[in-house]
Write a protein that binds this ligand. Structure first.
Ligand SMILES: [Zn+2]
Length: 163
């Protein structure tokens, strides 16, 4: 009788553990596959608008490229600027990093990547054109708070369709 009771308890514990595990998997899955929240999207949109205004002010052009929030990027990247084979320019933000690094993405990463995008537009289209002085000047003009030249992000993607 006691043994039977132990079996029930054991089964109950196993069941609880299984439910706990599945709930966690589901939560992770939901975070990865759903669009960002309305508030996050609104803050990104507002920052994008500011950067576009600064580009207009400093360079006299209307420069709007697709801004894509992707969960398919490698985790070590916060963002990227992509120049596709057909010459299309896109800016990416890594959705996986939004949760813990949203301020950094808004204050640094967006201007950083838009500066790369603008460098693409100006014909600087090789990897060695990455974090040059010209790029840094643009990044600062776009309101980037660090615009560090000595970062090696691999955040310049050439000839690919993006993430
Ligand atoms: Zn970069």
């Amino acid at each position: 009788m006691l043994l039977k009771k132990m079996e029930y308890i054991f089964a109950a514990i196993m069941l609880a553990a299984l439910i706990f595990l599945l709930t966690n998997i589901y939560t992770d899955y939901r975070f990865d596959s759903r669009p960002v929240s309305i508030q996050v999207q609104a803050e990104i949109d507002a920052k994008e608008e500011k950067i576009i205004e600064r580009i207009r002010f400093h360079y006299g052009i209307d420069f709007k490229v697709p801004l894509i929030i992707s969960d398919k990027m490698p985790s070590n990247l916060y963002g990227a600027a992509v120049l596709e084979k057909q010459g299309r320019i896109k800016v990416y933000i890594n959705k996986k990093r939004i949760k813990e690094s949203f301020d950094y993405i808004l204050d640094d990463v967006m201007a950083h990547e838009y500066a790369h995008a603008l460098m693409f537009l100006r014909g600087h289209r090789s990897r060695s054109d990455g974090h040059t002085r010209a790029w840094q000047e643009i990044c600062l003009n776009l309101g980037g708070s660090r615009c560090d030249r000595y970062v090696d992000h691999n955040d310049i993607v050439l000839g690919k369709m993006g993430f």
